[in-house]
Design a protein around this ligand. Structure first.
Ligand code: WT7
Length: 661
């Protein structure tokens, strides 16, 4: 079993088991799941009768009309809470106001720039959110947005982003959020694929002290498609932008003369809540479809249990992801707000103005729950532990990680330097497609082992199997699958039924195949080994190697390109590109820079290759398939190994290995 993504391998062998701290439950004033035994019992029951289990969770939400049936499942099609009527915004916002908790903080927002008086901070209570969301929902309606219209959101991390997302949910218009780091071309592709007529954006976004020109990117994207009728623009950075009347309108203008109240649409359980584009093995990114009720139920429960969120315990929860990724959707907005917990949103970079910015935020806002990615932890390690040491992190209760396997070195550092050896670490495995946590420790119940995401969440039937679906013996690698449907599973790929079936439900009969390989140890704990497809995980962000290859060959100089993952100290996986050039270009550093800029222009800065190697030929099989396995070895600086009998021309490989770039 090989993993394809070339992630860093750990040097540290750490097989100590870390039990939940003895005083954790007392310190936190209780826990939803209190012991390993309780977890085991609950998990067994939930797997035996998932409908009963999830039905009981769903009872906790607000419904306009109760469901008739918890689940209808005909692989690959799941329908959860059939016949129910519900609204996501109501459950995130109005419910708390109705229950008398309107004055509780919903969002704590901190801007990136730090002036003499410190950074700008905004606090919105649930009652404030009800008003702001209703006003913007009314504005959207006035602009012509109707139930079912897909609204594209391309914004920085400002409170208006959460308001926009919830306003869409309120009126039954599915949102499609695009991460602000993506290029104009990426926006155009996604707008076109979604058939979206409305875009919400900002003039700019602050990032490491400079302004990212979001509106200019939207303008460029919209020059490639004439689908879009209206663009709403939030004024944030006051950078100079073009406003094209009547297409472009300011947020502050459209909310100026609308009503403060707006009813929540009664949505069917299975109505689409949002589309979120993510990379796959082939072609352009695919629009993952999530629907309403199941997604809400799953993100509600996982937020509560994985982080041990408890109402009225002075929690301040901070997930450092961008709302442009699924992590931000599920664990900044939907899951956290359903639990009525203050969710902190930070606008900018972790090292602006200094490398201690995150710890300064944790101290000032008394953060109790902190959720970040291994790539960030590795960067903090490199910057030095004196930065967190200077700040009071004593309010922290639970630490979370997500996005890629965490190497034990980073886990131990997180545990020691940030958690002061008293905060459980929840290493959460899940995906854009799964909507919510799938394999994760529960902080008061699960003993943790650095590098393992431990055990399946309640109601989740995860397994490691071979191609026939047979469970693998402990210790041997296999395909990571989920054997039973779960509420927040994707319902499809927008406009591509066949790709949905082929990607997720064809590899192993009747089971969801995640694309990862994994093994289980003697405790039954899961260890994620890496992606098995041509997807790489760069700083926890998903990219298709083929997307990067297409971007490279779209430049005049490149005839053929092969992209593979390579170990990278901070990013986990870096991007290595091997290119053959057309004869009138010279293979030099200037061209390398040009190509890196070109990829950023085509996809976004996150896709810039870390290494570009020019070569006169790529290693191929006799049938013309590029042998990526060999390129991964070359990129990692390893001696290329394994079976080479199919290689067409051995000298190509020899030349690649001899070359230093
Ligand atoms: C891929 C999904 C889930 C939100 C962020 C990423 C990898 C994710 C872990 C983890 C090991 C992980 C997998 C997965 N991954 N979390 N805790 N341990 N690997 O979502 O962009 O859809 O990527 O990220 O390879 O398939 P995504």
């Amino acid at each position: 079993m090989t993993d394809n993504d070339g992630a860093i391998q750990s040097v540290l062998q750490e097989d100590r088991v870390f039990d939940p701290p003895a005083d954790f439950i007392e310190r936190c004033g209780g826990a939803w799941v209190e012991s390993k035994e309780q977890y085991q019992t609950l998990h067994e029951q939930s797997i035996e009768d998932p409908e009963h289990f999830w039905g009981a969770v769903a009872e906790e939400l607000h419904w306009f009309k109760k469901w008739d049936k918890v689940l209808e499942w005909e692989c690959p099609d799941a329908r959860w809470f059939v016949g129910g009527r519900i609204n996501a915004c109501w459950n995130c916002v109005d419910r708390h106001v109705e229950n008398g908790f309107g004055d509780q903080t919903a969002i704590i927002w901190e801007g990136e720039p730090v002036g003499d008086a410190g950074p700008e901070v905004r606090r919105l209570t649930y009652a404030d959110m009800q008003v702001e969301v209703s006003r913007f929902a009314n504005a959207l309606k006035k602009l012509g947005v109707q139930r079912g219209d897909i609204v594209t959101i391309y914004m920085g991390m400002v409170p208006e982003l959460a308001i926009a997302v919830l306003a869409c949910a309120r009126i039954g218009a599915p949102h499609s959020v695009i991460f602000g780091g993506f290029s104009a071309q990426s926006i155009a592709d996604r707008v076109t694929d979604a058939g979206s007529k409305f875009v919400i954006t900002c003039d700019g976004a602050w990032r490491r002290g400079s302004v990212v020109e979001l509106k200019a990117n939207v303008d460029e994207a919209l020059s490639m498609t004439d689908l879009v009728e209206q663009v709403v623009v939030v004024r944030r950075c006051e950078n100079e932008i073009d406003m094209h009347a009547p297409r472009d309108v300011w947020w502050h203008d459209v909310v100026a003369d609308v009503d403060d109240t707006c009813p929540c649409e009664e949505m069917d359980s299975e109505d689409m809540l949002f589309l979120l584009y993510t990379s796959g093995s082939t072609g352009k990114p695919k629009g993952i479809v999530h629907t309403t009720a199941g997604y809400l139920v799953h993100t509600f429960l996982t937020s509560r249990y994985t982080f041990n969120l408890r109402h009225h315990k002075n929690h301040v929860y901070w997930c450092t992801a961008d709302v442009g990724w699924i992590t931000g959707h599920s664990y900044i907005i939907y899951g956290i707000m359903q639990n009525g917990i203050p969710s902190l949103m930070y606008e900018g970079a972790p090292n602006h103005p200094g490398p201690d910015r995150f710890w300064d935020i944790c101290q000032r806002h008394e953060v109790t729950h902190f959720y970040t990615a291994p790539t960030a932890i590795r960067a903090f390690m490199k910057w030095g532990e004196e930065h967190p040491r200077r700040h009071d992190l004593s309010k922290l209760e639970v630490l979370g990680t997500v996005g890629e396997p965490i190497n034990p070195e980073a886990w131990m550092w997180y545990h020691r330097v940030i958690g002061h050896e008293r905060c459980p670490i929840v290493d959460t495995w899940w995906q854009t497609e799964t909507g919510g946590h799938m394999i994760t420790p529960l902080p008061a119940a699960t003993p943790t082992v650095p590098g393992s995401c431990t055990l399946p969440f309640l109601g989740i039937d995860a397994a490691v199997v071979d191609e026939s679906g047979a469970e693998q013996p402990h210790g041997s690698g296999g395909l990571l699958v989920v054997r039973k449907p779960w509420p927040s599973m994707l319902r499809g790929i927008h406009g591509d039924r066949q790709r949905f079936i082929d990607t997720y439900f064809s590899r192993v009969d009747g089971m969801y195949f995640a694309g990862d390989s994994a093994r289980r140890d003697e405790r039954g704990y899961f260890w994620i080994m890496g992606r098995m497809d041509d997807v790489i995980n760069v700083s926890g962000h998903r990219l298709g190697t083929m997307e990067v290859e297409s971007a490279l060959v779209s430049h005049d100089s490149v005839v053929e390109a092969a992209v593979v993952g390579m170990p990278h100290e901070i990013k986990g996986t870096g991007i290595a590109a091997f290119c053959t050039l057309s004869p009138d270009w010279s293979a030099d550093d200037r061209l390398r820079d040009t190509l890196r800029a070109h990829v950023a222009e085509e996809i976004g800065a996150i896709a810039k290759p870390d290494m570009i190697r020019f070569t006169d030929a790529l290693p191929k099989t006799r049938s013309g398939k590029i042998m990526r396995r060999l390129l991964r070895d070359v990129a990692a600086g390893r001696e290329a190994g394994g079976d080479m009998t199919t290689l067409e021309d051995l000298s190509v490989l020899a030349r690649l290995q001899d070359d230093e770039d």
